[in-house]
Design a protein around this ligand. Structure first.
Ligand SMILES: [Zn+2]
Length: 256
């Protein structure tokens, strides 16, 4: 945990300090070593929130993109169940940062518990995920060109399959990896996956990382991309699906 309650205030861990868990009220101690991020840990039980995963630098960096009062927010269901949301915005939207693997059952129960939520997934955990995802991009069909949206099968690659059936949008963070598309961007790109209920279809949309932050800070729109005209650009490999889409569009136009 990044925050504990010390003398009535939310505070970050400092060496040799003690506080109370904001979730269950039990005693927590500051862990301020050199290997892990400085954090708070329960002094007796492992962790009162069984959904909690050990916090990595990746989690902490993402949390820090948002205002402090929105970080690690205690949420209580009507039946008394308690969990700490990584981010809960002023408008009640929950953003969960997920590094480790999560079972389908746990994922579904979190989606039910929070309702209004999105996932932000660390796409760098497994080395094979990025090359597999890029191979899928190369063969995916573009169903929209502004913003660019690609259609995928929910078993197109292992990462997409792991999140299949998700009811909430899933954003994948591949770190600084460039998508294999001639997108004009200086910003990092996240991939939004939206699984169509009751089908095997997933719509994948690249979005700008900074617009993701701005959007959830209620400070802007989520920005997608438009591909430049490909035929005029021999530097980039052709996108089979996208070109087919453009050809179909062109032939439709010719009919009128
Ligand atoms: Zn606790």
């Amino acid at each position: 945990m990044k925050f504990a309650i010390v003398e009535g205030c939310r505070q970050e861990a400092t060496p040799a300090s003690r506080g109370k868990c904001p979730n269950c009220g039990a005693g927590v101690i500051a862990k301020c070593g050199t290997k892990k991020l400085w954090h708070w840990a329960h002094s007796s039980v492992r962790n009162c929130d069984h959904w909690w995963e050990p916090e990595k630098a990746w989690h902490r960096a993402w949390k820090n993109e948002f205002p402090v009062p929105w970080q690690e927010v205690r949420c209580v269901a009507s039946d008394g169940e308690l969990h700490i949301a990584d981010i809960k915005t002023a408008s009640g939207m929950v953003v969960e940062f997920q590094h480790s693997n999560i079972s389908v059952i746990e994922r579904a129960s979190r989606e039910r518990f929070y309702g209004n939520m999105v996932w932000l997934v660390d796409g760098t955990r497994l080395k094979k995920d990025l090359p597999q995802f890029q191979a899928t991009i190369r063969s995916a069909r573009a169903i929209k060109d502004a913003p660019l949206s690609l259609l995928m099968h929910d078993r197109a690659n292992q990462l997409v399959e792991r999140w299949a059936g998700s009811r909430c949008p899933v954003f994948i963070d591949f770190g600084g990896a460039r998508p294999e598309l001639p997108l004009i961007t200086d910003d990092e790109v996240l991939w939004r996956l939206q699984y169509a209920r009751g089908t095997n279809k997933v719509v994948a949309t690249p979005v700008s990382r900074s617009s993701f932050v701005a959007y959830f800070r209620n400070d802007g729109r989520l920005r997608g991309y438009r591909l430049p005209r490909l035929r005029a650009d021999p530097m980039h490999s052709p996108l089979r699906g996208f070109e087919t889409h453009m050809r179909r569009k062109a032939s439709r136009k010719r009919r009128f």
